[in-house]
Design a protein around this ligand. Structure first.
Ligand code: SF4
Length: 260
C-alpha cells in the first residue's frame, strides 16, 4: 500500500481558493520549484523541521486517514451550503500525491454533497487528472509560463505536461479557472498575454475565468526558517501593468479577476 500523503495545513473559512467559504487542504510535496514560491514548506514530500518565529523547532506536516480529513471537512458543511463553497485540495501539488488517497477523499466529499476544487500546477501524469475529473467541480489551474524555456528556467521543469493536462481537462468539459502569476519585467507584458490568448484559441481551450496573481514578497522569511537560502529577486508589477494585462484578457472575452 502506498504511503498516506503528508498534509501541512487544513485551513478553514478560506475565501481565496475557489468560490464561497471553503476548507483548503494543503498537501505537502511538489514536483517543481518555482523561484517565487511563498510556501517553501510545501515543496518537500514528507514532514520537515521549520523554526518558528520565536526560535523553536516545529514539525511541519502530518498524515491523516481519509476518514479524519473528511470529518474535518464535513464539520463546516453548513457554511459551504450557505455560501456556494466547498473543499479545495491544494499544496504543494495535490495531483502528484498518492492518487488512491486523493481519489477516495474526493469521492467521499462528492458522496456527501461537498463541492471539490483542485488547485494544481499541472505537473502530474494525465492519468491522475483522468481519475480525479469525475469528482472535481472546479480546477484552479496554474499556467506559470506559456514559453517552455521560461517555465524551465523559473520552475526547473518545462511546460509540455502542463499544456497537455490543460488541454485534456478542457477537452473533457472541466470547469477551469486559469491562474497566471505576474512577475515584473518577466511576464507582465502585453506580448505574453497575447501569446497565451492565441494558444488558448488555437487549441480551442475553454477557460471559465482568469485570475491574475501579481508577485508578492510574503513568505520570504520561511526559507531561512527552513535553513534554506531565499534567492528571490523579483519585481512586483505596477498597478498600471496589471490593469493593462487585465484589459487584454477582458477585451478577448475572458472574465478576469486580480488575486486568487
Ligand atoms: S507549484 Fe506552488 S508549491 Fe510548487 S513550487 Fe510552485 S508555487 Fe511552490
Amino acid at each position: 500500500m502506498k504511503a498516506q500523503p503528508t498534509i501541512f495545513n487544513i485551513q478553514k473559512f478560506s475565501t481565496h481558493d475557489g468560490p464561497g467559504i471553503r476548507t483548503t487542504i494543503f498537501f505537502k510535496g511538489c514536483p517543481i520549484r518555482c523561484a517565487w514560491c511563498h510556501n517553501p514548506e510545501s515543496q518537500k514530500f514528507g514532514p520537515e523541521i521549520m523554526i518558528t518565529k520565536d526560535g523553536k523547532e516545529e514539525v511541519i506536516g502530518q498524515t491523516y486517514s481519509v476518514k479524519e480529513v473528511v470529518k474535518k471537512i464535513k464539520a463546516d458543511q453548513i457554511f459551504y451550503d450557505q455560501s456556494g463553497g466547498g473543499v479545495t485540495f491544494s499544496g504543494g501539488e495535490v495531483m502528484a500525491q498518492n492518487l488512491d488517497y486523493i481519489e477516495e477523499l474526493a469521492c467521499e466529499c462528492q458522496r456527501l454533497g461537498i463541492s471539490v476544487a483542485i488547485d494544481t500546477c499541472g505537473v502530474a501524469p494525465t492519468e491522475n487528472f483522468a481519475r480525479i475529473l469525475p469528482y472535481a467541480e472546479l480546477f484552479l489551474y496554474d499556467l506559470k509560463f506559456i514559453d517552455s524555456q521560461l517555465h524551465q528556467r523559473y520552475t526547473g521543469s518545462g511546460n509540455e505536461l502542463v499544456l497537455k493536462n490543460l488541454q485534456y481537462l478542457s477537452d473533457h468539459g472541466a470547469t477551469i479557472h486559469l491562474r497566471l502569476i505576474l512577475l515584473g519585467e518577466i511576464n507582465e507584458d502585453t506580448l505574453t498575454a497575447t501569446a497565451i490568448i492565441e494558444w488558448l484559441n488555437q487549441q480551442n481551450i475553454h477557460v471559465d475565468e482568469i485570475s491574475l496573481l501579481p508577485y508578492h514578497e510574503f513568505g520570504r522569511d520561511k526559507y531561512q526558517r527552513l535553513q534554506r537560502i531565499c534567492t528571490q529577486n523579483f519585481i512586483k508589477p505596477t498597478d498600471e501593468q496589471i490593469d493593462e494585462v487585465k484589459n487584454i484578457y477582458t477585451t478577448a472575452g475572458y472574465s478576469v479577476k486580480i488575486g486568487g
